[in-house]
Write a protein that binds this ligand. Structure first.
Ligand code: ZN
Ligand code: ZN
Ligand code: ZN
Length: 361
């Protein structure tokens, strides 16, 4: 990853927006700009990026050994237990008027900064960093691809695994283990919704056992070498009921059409509208109760969001999920999700695991 280039582009955006200082504590902005994944401690870690000044990474002394030094990107400074780290930050940025603070910073840090810098106005750092982070370069896309390949292989394997009689929690544990086995650093989530539970999009797996005729919704993802995976595939145990197949067919067309619509230059909200339009034709518009997708990268959910009201135009390197779903409370729910990258040559789907409704035992 070219951290120097990221830093330069961040500084350019700060100039354009008139931001004097950007402060990134633990979280994805810090990782994006420095490669350092700070442990989220109560002790302060902060990248201090001031316009027209060197950038400084201030860490607790006991964490310094974990920092890979990049002298072309930041100066490393440490603070000791008998010091006030907020004072150390403030000393760097005393005259700043507009300070961008990382969205993931704690309220505690922001409140302390407000006290220490009474004349400054604070804004969200994502106003600076988000458009930069949203557009992935080839190195990032290849990490996203590797993470997608890993969950594809798991989704593929699920097609030949018996699910009948197993509990949702048991399937969830299996998915988490499979993600770790497949090379993920961590599993971020594994949603398993069986039968009527699949009608709740973010169902928390329970002790319910899979019965014959159930649909099983598996939506899972993790982080691999810093970048996230996220996939949803659907299974049916035994026979597929005709109303399930009909709904699934409409959903497949909606997902496919939305992926094809995700071309460079298309506003995000138009991709959402395309998926919604297809489902409206089959009278399923009321069942599609969430946005079509979210950006993905260092975070499982980040910009750009494919949602009504977001007129951001897709640009090369934007990476996002396309995951329409339809939900029939008390009966069943269906969702199909792939990660897609906007590319000048057309939408590039990173997931390739079979998308049909798989019948399992
Ligand atoms: Zn979701
Ligand atoms: Zn998902
Ligand atoms: Zn998703």
């Amino acid at each position: 990853m070219n951290y120097r280039e990221r830093l330069d582009r961040t500084r350019q955006r700060m100039d354009t927006l008139g931001v004097d200082v950007l402060l990134a504590s633990c979280g994805p902005d810090l990782t994006y700009l420095t490669g350092y994944e700070a442990v989220p401690l109560e002790r302060l870690t902060a990248l201090i990026l001031a316009r027209g000044d060197e950038s400084t990474l201030l860490v607790p002394r006991l964490e310094a050994a974990r920092v890979e030094e990049r002298p072309d990107v930041f100066n490393l400074e440490t603070w000791d237990e008998d010091e006030d780290p907020v004072e150390r930050v403030a000393a760097h940025v005393r005259s700043a008027q507009i300070v961008a603070v990382a969205d993931h910073a704690s309220a505690r840090l922001l409140l302390a900064l407000q006290d220490a810098l009474p004349r400054a106005r604070f804004i969200r750092a994502s106003l600076v960093t988000s458009p930069l982070r949203a557009r992935k370069d080839e190195a990032e896309i290849s990490r996203l691809q590797a993470a997608a390949d890993a969950v594809d292989a798991i989704a593929h394997g699920l097609r030949v695994r018996p699910l009948g009689g197993r509990t949702e929690r048991d399937i969830q544990r299996m998915l988490i283990e499979l993600m770790l086995d497949a090379g993920h650093d961590r599993a971020n989530f594994a949603i398993v919704g069986t039968g009527p539970n699949s009608a709740s999009p973010h169902h928390e797996p329970s002790d319910r056992r899979v019965e014959a005729g159930d649909v099983v919704l598996c939506d899972f993802g993790g982080t691999m070498r810093g970048y996230c995976s996220d996939i949803t595939r659907m299974f049916v145990v035994g026979e597929i009921r005709p109303e399930v197949q009909d709904a699934y067919d409409a959903l497949s067309v909606a997902q496919e059409t939305a992926v094809s619509a995700a071309t460079v230059g298309t506003p995000c909200e138009d991709v959402d509208a395309v998926a919604r339009g297809v489902l409206a034709q089959s009278a399923f518009a009321e069942q599609f109760i969430h946005r079509t997708g979210h950006g993905i990268g260092l975070e499982a959910h980040e910009d750009p969001y494919l949602v009504v009201g977001n007129d951001t135009r897709l640009a090369p390197g934007h990476s996002f999920s396309i995951e329409p779903g339809i939900y029939f409370p008390g009966q069943f729910g269906l969702r199909i999700e792939d990660i897609v990258v906007a590319d000048a040559a057309g939408p590039r789907r990173l997931n390739s695991a079979a998308r049909d409704l798989a019948v399992v035992e």
